[in-house]
Design a protein around this ligand. Structure first.
Ligand SMILES: C[S@@+](CC[C@H](N)C(=O)[O-])C[C@H]1O[C@@H](n2cnc3c(N)ncnc32)[C@H](O)[C@@H]1O
Length: 310
């Protein structure tokens, strides 16, 4: 309906019969829909996109899988929501708690511009790597072997201070890519007891394959990609100019289910952050028992530019 179709559901909820047929409508459904496989024998873009999946989960296609972030949106649902709230090519969607970057990537695929804020530097890094690496895949590939030989201490090459090596990479998006590859291995080592070096190489290769997939599908489907603007910050202090966004998608922090700092403690520390210091600005899990909800509500209005009226 959001795409302008008048239809009847048939075949035990498996198919839709279009009542208002036109080439324009078919093309729109092919280009923008979520979940549908075909429109009158033509495979949808969505169907082509989800074939590019390096994981066993149907929700983790293209670069969505990169980094094990708990509590992500299902990307298909976001693609559908972008249509349902009526965003078109060239419009801008805003996400005040942008998390792992699911909305960023889905908006980008639909040529919708994205502005996102998250307080966690690790989240912002994830969103950037998922959406920006596609533009620098050639540089990423060019650097791979040199970097691996520098990072792997050997008789001939002793330089293995990872962050020191990364500092020399000029292009920020390439540097971000290799930083997240490291953090993925850090997470694998801590959470699953994997050996660091093997995990790093395996994940790095998988990440590269996923970015190549993204590039390939963009070319094959002639996708124009939306602009991505991801920033680290406190969304209670947003200073966006008037009329700069056309829609909002949001999933605020959990009040009791997830402690974001604790959950990613190893990676945040590896990035050089002091957990107690950055925790201060996170909305979320504080206190015990019943007081948690009250503390959460206080957190939500704390620091707010626009105080909510009583
Ligand atoms: C439920 S998650 C969002 C998940 C996201 N929709 C996704 O698909 O990955 C909520 C996010 O809010 C962020 N957050 C917590 N306090 C914040 C604050 N004061 N300003 C901005 N983001 C904050 C957390 O870091 C977390 O990533």
């Amino acid at each position: 309906m959001a795409l302008g179709a008048d239809f009847e559901v048939t075949n035990g909820l498996r198919e839709f019969k279009l009542k208002n047929k036109s080439k324009e409508l078919n093309d729109r459904i092919v280009k923008r829909s979520s979940y549908f496989k075909t429109v009158e024998q033509t495979f949808t873009d969505y169907f082509h996109i989800i074939q590019k999946n390096r994981t066993r989960s149907v929700n983790q296609y293209l670069t969505h899988w990169i980094y094990p972030y708990k509590g992500k949106f299902h990307p298909q649902m976001i693609r559908a929501l972008l249509n349902i709230i009526g965003l078109k090519e060239g419009d801008t969607v805003f996400e005040p708690f942008s998390g792992s970057g699911t909305t960023a990537l889905e908006a980008q695929l639909l040529d919708i511009n994205f502005i996102g804020i998250d307080i966690s530097p690790l989240c912002v890094l994830q969103g950037k790597v998922k959406t920006k690496s596609v533009y620098v895949i050639d540089e990423i590939l060019k650097l791979k072997n040199t970097l691996l030989s520098k990072l792997k201490p050997s008789l001939f090459n002793q330089e293995h201070d990872f962050y020191k090596v990364l500092k020399d990479i000029e292009n920020e998006d390439v540097r971000d890519f290799y930083t997240l590859a490291r953090l993925l291995a850090v997470s694998d080592t801590v959470r699953r007891g994997r050996a660091f070096e093997q995990s790093f190489i395996k994940n790095l290769n998988l990440m590269i394959d996923s970015v190549k997939d993204y590039k390939e599908i963009t070319d094959k489907l002639h996708l124009r990609l939306g602009d991505i603007n991801l920033q680290e910050g406190d969304s209670r202090k947003i200073g966006l100019p008037g009329n700069s966004i056309d829609g909002i998608i949001t999933s605020p922090p959990y009040s009791i289910a997830l402690d974001y700092v604790e959950n990613d403690a190893h990676s945040l520390e590896d990035m050089g952050y002091k957990l107690n210091e950055i925790r201060e600005d996170f909305v979320g899990v504080r206190g015990k028992g019943k007081e948690r909800v009250e503390l959460y509500n206080n957190d939500m209005v704390k620091n707010n530019f626009y105080k909510i009226a009583a």
